[in-house]
Design a protein around this ligand. Structure first.
Ligand SMILES: [Zn+2]
Length: 399
């Protein structure tokens, strides 16, 4: 739930989990779901939503990874998938990398991966595995950064890591329930999460979380606080558990494995709470991001197609170098232009970045472009009304 009381539900558990969602909504004081996102088409991610809809909870916008014509018949014809389709799926928006969910003006909800393609990947190499094609979201608020990526696995994680799309995360909801084929070291060293939350259950076939995944998490410096929703109860296999003090439902005999994370922009901290347990962590805020500005834009280049050759020049007016990694440009339609992950702008210097196929365009007949820092805050904006071929538009700053 956002500061203004708007709600986003990412995934809805298995068939039968509808009542759990309703009690979580009730505990938060919410009466509706403004945005629902199904990360991918496995029943443990969309199963409960038709029960929520049938119970009369209003659901606003719905999003999923689209491409349903390519699903195997076993999925398309299953009763649970049909239930999802009838409840929300038929009207769901196909969310693609770079799109944002307009949850709240004080927050940024950015789609980093969808269908196996990640933000800034050009040309794209879509995935083939249903888990790995999950929608991955970076949610930011007041410097706090949360990752939720459904069942994304190592192939998509490697691309996210290579493009530095999920650095310095506060809370990481472990990909794929803590399975061994997610939470790869390449991604984890980028994220350096302070808190990891594993949505796991107690299934002897899946064996979540794997001991190997817990070992990779514990090997990070600094090591994160790791929480599980449930205790894995079977013995003598390759699964593992954290200590009971970090498990929301240590007896795993009922359905009370719910963890609530609450962020305060006043204290710049967040609590992780379940039962009578509550632990508080400081927001990392990735050091001081420094200030950058939009210096000028070129909406109508004459040396090639707009899609490739449009350009934005970013200036660093400060006194320390600023990395462009995870900074974004965004237009009012929510399309984004990722700045180069390895760009470093020296104090007093500027860097010109060509569009090279990024989704956000600089419209020739006028546009508004916002510059977002790694915390998702809009730090600068430029509005222009028209352009001329080959002419850059300067942005006047009065400081
Ligand atoms: Zn799953």
């Amino acid at each position: 739930m956002s500061p203004a009381g708007h709600t986003l539900l990412v995934d809805s558990g298995k068939n039968g989990h509808g009542p759990r969602i309703r009690s979580a909504l009730q505990a938060a004081g919410a009466t509706r779901i403004d945005h629902f996102l199904a990360t991918h088409y496995h029943e443990d991610h969309y199963g409960g939503i038709d029960e929520v809809v049938q119970a009369g909870i209003p659901v606003g916008a719905a999003y999923d990874r689209g491409d349903k014509d390519f699903l195997p018949a076993s999925t398309r014809n299953s009763a649970s998938f049909k239930g999802y389709q009838q409840a929300l799926g038929y009207r769901a928006t196909h969310i693609t990398r770079g799109m944002t969910i307009p949850l709240d003006p004080s927050m940024s909800v950015l789609c980093v991966s969808s269908g196996g393609a990640v933000l800034g990947e050009e040309p794209t190499h879509p995935g083939h595995d249903e888990n790995d094609m999950s929608v991955g979201l970076l949610v930011t608020y007041a410097g706090f950064r949360f990752w939720v990526g459904g069942d994304v696995e190592t192939a998509t994680e490697a691309k996210i890591a290579a493009l530095d799309l999920a650095r310095d995360i506060d809370v990481y909801q472990a990909n794929h329930h803590g399975a061994d084929n997610g939470s790869s070291t390449a991604l984890l060293v980028d994220m350096k999460p302070s808190v990891v939350i594993i949505s796991n259950g107690n299934h002897s076939g899946f064996r979540h979380p794997r001991a190997s995944t817990l070992a990779r998490l514990n090997a990070l410096t600094p090591s994160p606080a790791i929480f599980q929703l449930n205790r894995y109860m079977h013995a003598g296999d390759d699964a593992g558990n954290v200590s009971n003090a970090f498990i929301a439902d240590p007896e795993t005999a009922d359905a009370d494995g719910t963890i609530v994370v609450t962020v305060s922009d006043v204290t710049r901290s967040y609590t992780v709470a379940f039962g009578t347990t509550s632990r508080t962590f400081p927001v990392k805020a990735a050091g001081a991001p420094g200030a950058l500005q939009i210096a000028r834009v070129l909406p109508d280049p004459t040396d090639g197609p707009d899609r490739q050759r449009e350009a934005v020049t970013i200036r660093n007016p400060g006194s320390t170098p600023v990395s462009l990694a995870t900074w974004l440009l965004r237009d009012l339609d929510g399309r984004v232009w990722l700045l180069p992950a390895h760009g470093l702008v020296a104090p007093g210097q500027s860097m010109t970045i060509r569009r090279e196929g990024m989704a956000m365009s600089l419209e020739n007949d006028g546009d508004t472009v916002e510059l977002l820092d790694p915390a998702g805050r809009v730090v600068d904006a430029l509005t222009y009304l028209r352009s001329r071929p080959g002419v850059e538009i300067e942005h006047a700053h009065f400081q």
